[in-house]
Design a protein around this ligand. Structure first.
Ligand code: FES
Length: 90
């Protein structure tokens, strides 16, 4: 196995090679890598992989890890019964 075949995002099966491709095509932020590779969009919502993605982005863009912005966080939305919303108005 080549180093670039290492899986960075286990939830979405995104490899280091996939992430490097996004960066080579102009991606400079974790959000851009996320958007174009789906890394960080899996079940864990990036809890496992976003730190690794940040490290790759920092190394490839020549910035320190402290200057890499964390990805936009969107907690999962779950449907709730309408009755709960109705109770909120009373
Ligand atoms: S490991 Fe990347 S979203 Fe879960």
């Amino acid at each position: 196995m080549e180093a670039e075949e290492v899986i960075i995002c286990r939830c979405e099966d995104v490899t280091l090679k996939d992430i490097l491709k996004v960066i080579a095509e102009g991606g400079t932020t974790v959000n851009e890598v996320k958007r174009f590779s789906r890394a960080g969009m899996g079940l864990c919502q990036g809890k496992i992989c976003c730190r690794l993605i940040s490290q790759v982005v920092a190394a490839r863009t020549g910035r320190s890890l402290a200057r890499i912005e964390p990805p936009t966080s969107r907690p999962p939305v779950r449907p709730i019964p309408i009755g709960i919303m109705a109770d909120l108005t009373e």
